[in-house]
Ligand binder design. Structure first.
Ligand SMILES: *Cc1c(COP(=O)(O)O)cnc(C)c1O
Length: 546
């Protein structure tokens, strides 16, 4: 069995998407960027981990708005040139057909290789399975998950990795668990013996804090797609329930599970309290990879207030320049820029700041605040696309102080989380699992102005390193929550943020420094990965990292 270079057994990390760098578009958003940062931090710390993912044929959707605000979705093929062809293939059963899968490898992260699985094999009628990330219908999704799960286990075997623990990042990978059970049954174990042994090998991270957001499939679909790996209806039901819930399956297939923020732990525990036989759930708050996301100049020793402001102004100019090139709109560097970049979907409430136009209209008219939005909608989310159109309308109405940047990606993400003055986040609660863009902003002295959801309650010191919008209480109805949160947003914006920016520069820069100081270590991917090592991967043997 192949160990890594230091002869260590390895952790196999499964994820549907990876955000490694902006141009390699096998990612859609937060989940992928988290996975990319996980690999990078393991590389930095020299930890033995191999990533398993999919080599999508097309990059995640690109989105452009026309003058009327209609959204056009475009897809572009991914450039394979950076990938190493291992020359190896494996086969998995999908709809009772043997589907060949090619294994690519990328060594971009040194000791942390990433294996990418691809059904686009010359002559194969099944080449389309790995065509589009989160494209296709539910059957296609299951087919993709068989490629990731079963294909991933077989690829690890074929390449000779000696795997100590399998980490499923989100429920997309649970078919790998069924594959491991099936392997053991083929060697003579009973179903229950195989399940118990498999459970000792798996850890699971859950993300979605909303019941409806968790993927479910009728068991008949799993059987029709050959995702059941020979397991009976009763055995499948024992793992994932009826209908088969991928998150429930993850919780029952693993020895330990985790949430991605403290508040998310509470939500997760409540949401799954009825699930019997699940793994204990702990929390490991996400972190971001500092070399990727943080302006390294902020690491200079003994940084003066002037120097801190100078670096920030440089980043702000960079942002203003890019916006001007892309949109023809030139924002003013002396006026505050408030940034908001999220997936465009109703619960993120990108239009909350416009809910009382009487209040914001004067601020936008005289350019006292400047708003920069960005984000993509899922291609099938028509309400998300409508939200983009609304923001675009606002840009037309206030052409000097509202901008919508099309085609949000990692480059844009980095630019915005460095160059804005304030980073706004106001989702409905409790619906944000973690939200890592705010961490990127905070490390660059971009002050968070956020609802107390996701990671922010752990970091927020109101008026010291950023601001909370409102308090922890959540009104029962959606309408009440919208009204309460909008009012709280206006209160803090008009009474605290804007006056401070224009009237107390010294205090503003002090807050920037506090923001950088309080967030850069506590919310780094390095801290996160050390915690995974100590609490999830190697908890018993005491071999966790300090
Ligand atoms: C960081 C990042 C995300 C995740 O941030 P959220 O706060 O969860 O929205 C998504 N997309 C891009 C391009 C990013 O850089």
């Amino acid at each position: 069995m192949k160990k890594n270079d230091n002869n260590q057994r390895i952790i196999a990390y499964f994820c549907m998407e990876y955000g490694l760098d902006s141009e390699f578009k096998i990612y859609s958003g937060g989940l992928g960027i988290l996975a990319g940062d996980h690999l990078k931090a393991c590389k930095d710390l020299g930890l033995p981990l191999v990533g398993i993912g999919i080599k999508w044929k097309q990059g995640y959707v690109e989105q452009y708005l026309d003058k009327e605000g209609n959204v056009t979705d475009c897809y572009r093929n991914i450039d394979n040139s950076r990938l190493e062809d291992t020359g190896m293939t494996v086969e998995v059963l999908i709809r009772e057909q043997q589907v060949p899968i090619k294994i690519w490898k990328t060594e971009a992260y040194g000791n942390v290789p990433l294996l990418l699985l691809d059904t686009d094999v010359p002559g194969s009628p099944y080449h389309g399975i790995t065509r589009q990330l989160y494209g296709g219908n539910e059957e296609e999704r299951v087919a993709q998950e068989i490629v990731l799960g079963s294909g991933g286990i077989k690829a690890l075997e074929t390449l000779g990795y000696d795997v100590e623990t399998y980490h499923f990042n989100e429920g997309h990978a649970v078919i790998a668990g069924l594959e491991l059970i099936c392997d053991k049954m083929k060697k003579g174990d009973s179903f229950h013996e195989a399940r118990e042994k498999t459970k000792k090998e798996i850890v699971f991270t859950t993300h979605t804090p909303v019941e409806a957001g968790n993927e479910i499939h009728p068991i008949s679909r799993l059987r029709y797609m050959s995702a059941n790996k020979g397991l009976t209806v009763e055995q499948l039901a024992e793992i994932g329930g009826v209908p088969f819930n991928m998150t429930v399956a993850g919780l029952r297939l693993s020895r330990k599970a985790n949430s991605v923020a403290e508040l998310h732990l509470d939500t997760t525990k409540k949401m799954w309290r009825h699930v019997s036989g699940k793994a204990p759930i702990i929390n490991i708050t996400n972190g971001v990879h500092r070399e990727t996301w943080m302006d390294q100049r902020f690491l200079e020793k003994n940084q003066s207030e002037n120097r801190c402001w100078e670096i920030h102004q440089d980043n702000k100019q960079q942002l203003i320049k890019t916006i001007s090139e892309k949109t023809g709109i030139t924002l003013k560097s002396e006026k505050i820029i408030i940034g908001f970049a999220r997936r465009m979907t109703p619960y993120k409430r990108s239009d909350l700041i416009f809910s009382d136009l009487e209040k914001v209209d004067p601020l936008l008219r005289d350019g006292k605040i400047q708003l920069v939005f960005s984000g993509k909608a899922h291609p099938m989310d028509s309400r998300g696309k409508e939200m983009m159109a609304v923001l675009y309308e606002m840009q037309k109405k206030y052409p000097e102080s509202v901008v919508f940047l099309q085609n949000y990606d990692m480059t844009m993400g980095a630019l915005l989380t460095r160059g804005c003055d304030v980073w706004l986040n106001n989702p409905q609660r409790p619906r944000e699992a973690c939200g890592t863009s705010g961490m990127k902003a905070a490390m660059n002295g971009v002050l968070n102005l956020s609802i107390l959801d996701g990671w922010w309650p752990e970091a927020c010191q109101h008026g010291i390193n950023g601001w909370a919008i409102g308090d922890e209480t959540i009104p029962r109805s959606e309408e009440k929550q919208n009204n309460k949160d909008a009012k709280a947003l206006y209160d803090v914006l008009l009474q605290e943020v804007i006056p401070l920016y224009y009237e107390n520069h010294k205090k503003w820069v002090e807050m920037m420094q506090q923001s950088i100081k309080t967030v850069q270590d506590a919310f780094s991917a390095e801290r996160m990965v050390r915690e995974y090592w100590g609490k999830m991967y190697k908890p018993k043997k005491g071999r966790g990292l300090a």
